[in-house]
Design a protein around this ligand. Structure first.
Ligand code: PLP
Length: 375
């Protein structure tokens, strides 16, 4: 059966098509004025001092760890319930990911478990704002007990989410955002690093562009546009104007997208709350930009639910396969019972900023039918 309602899809409208076309017509496709404008507007939306646009959030995480000096011999605490990008970034700087538990009710990093896993080698903690919900940052800070440990936000799911302290990405030493095709807004592909630290920002700007001091676009208006200096280690992780143009068309729609997703989340919550054998998350949605919608189907019924929905053309996902269960990261003796139990039960249902009422109703009907179909 063909999937008609995918679990994720980007919302692409006339503005995005026009923006991309005009970049192609301009013949300046690479990093230039539009990337700068995208950084400026993104910073204004979330109240950040610096936003450095990069190729994707995986690169953003790796570059930030590297720029903060996290290195071989260090440990970095990350939840196992995340996409592999988070621990891969840790491996990329030669450090060791130490996996921690998430809270059963909302799949967010468990600060008490973080506290248990701190050693003298802990150099950083990466707070993953799963599903757009923001980790309890004050509990996390308390868990670190005043030790010099960097806190990074993996805000790949949480662009546009806010709490009383501010927007996701601005709540720690640095935050990493994703604008890949299925994120809250998209650039096609893209990511960004958010920081309040001037020196760190300057370093990251060089790092994203093979260590070159000034980028090609900026050099165009100098006397010697061909001249550059290299003063930093770095790979090529720039965002291109082609991608920034799509992001610039999406940014003004952020609140509309958020409101539509909240509407769907409320409808799903309402419809599924009383269903036998289906458990909704106990999520706080105030201020949240919901990235995904997860329910739990316990008693070994999760895979059947996925199959039955697929038979009706409805796409689902499992976010995520715990990283500590992947061959690359598996370590003898590492057990995370809450995460492992959640993994058996979680299903992500379709959520998109342009999901129609008819589509949402189809999803609800299919989940109801599955739940009423017995055990
Ligand atoms: C929690 C989390 N962190 C990081 C990433 C990486 O983002 P990107 O695709 O922009 O590299 C993802 C991507 O899905 C993610 O889910």
């Amino acid at each position: 059966m063909k999937i008609r309602i995918p679990v994720y899809r980007p919302t692409i409208e006339e503005e995005e098509l026009r923006a991309a076309r005009s970049v192609l017509e301009s013949r300046w496709l690479g990093m230039g004025a539009l990337v700068e404008e995208f950084e400026k507007q993104t910073a204004a939306v979330i109240g950040a001092r610096h936003v450095i646009a990069v190729s994707n959030c995986t690169a953003a995480l790796w570059m930030t760890l590297q720029a903060l000096g996290v290195k071989a011999g260090d440990e970095v605490i990350v939840p196992s319930m995340t996409y592999v990008s988070t621990p891969q970034a840790v491996l990329a700087v030669g450090a060791k990911p130490v996996f921690c538990e998430v809270r059963e009710q909302d799949l967010l990093m468990d600060p008490e478990d973080v506290a248990r896993r701190i050693t003298f080698k802990t150099a950083a903690v990466i707070a993953v704002h799963y599903g757009g919900r923001i980790c309890d940052m004050s509990a996390l800070r308390r868990a670190l007990g005043g030790k010099k440990i960097w806190i990074l936000e993996d805000a790949a799911h949480a662009f546009g989410s806010r709490c009383t302290e501010g927007y996701a990405g601005t709540l720690a030493d640095a935050g990493c955002l994703s604008f890949d095709p299925i994120k809250n807004i998209t650039c096609g592909e893209g990511g960004a690093i958010v920081t309040g630290d001037d020196a760190l920002a300057a370093r990251l700007r060089r790092m994203r562009n093979v260590g070159v001091d000034t980028d090609t676009w900026r050099r165009l208006s100098t006397e010697r546009p061909w001249y550059y200096e290299v003063s930093e280690t770095g790979l090529r992780n720039v965002m291109a104007d082609m991608n920034a143009s799509i992001g610039l068309a999406q940014l003004p729609k952020l609140e509309r997208f958020r409101q539509r997703r909240l509407e769907i989340v409320r409808q799903y919550d309402e419809a599924f709350r009383e269903l036998l054998g289906i458990q909704t998350l106990d999520h706080e949605i105030e201020g949240v930009f919901p990235h995904n919608y997860v329910v739990r189907a316990g008693g070994g019924r999760r895979d059947r639910m996925i199959r039955e929905l697929a038979q009706r053309g409805i796409g689902t996902g499992v976010h995520f396969i715990p990283c500590h269960m992947q061959p690359l990261f598996a370590a003898p003796g590492v057990r995370l019972p809450v995460t492992e139990r959640l993994y058996e039960e979680i299903v992500s249902l379709p959520l998109a900023s342009d999901l129609t009422q008819e589509e949402a109703a189809e999803v609800i009907a299919a989940v109801r039918e599955f739940a009423n179909g017995g055990n």
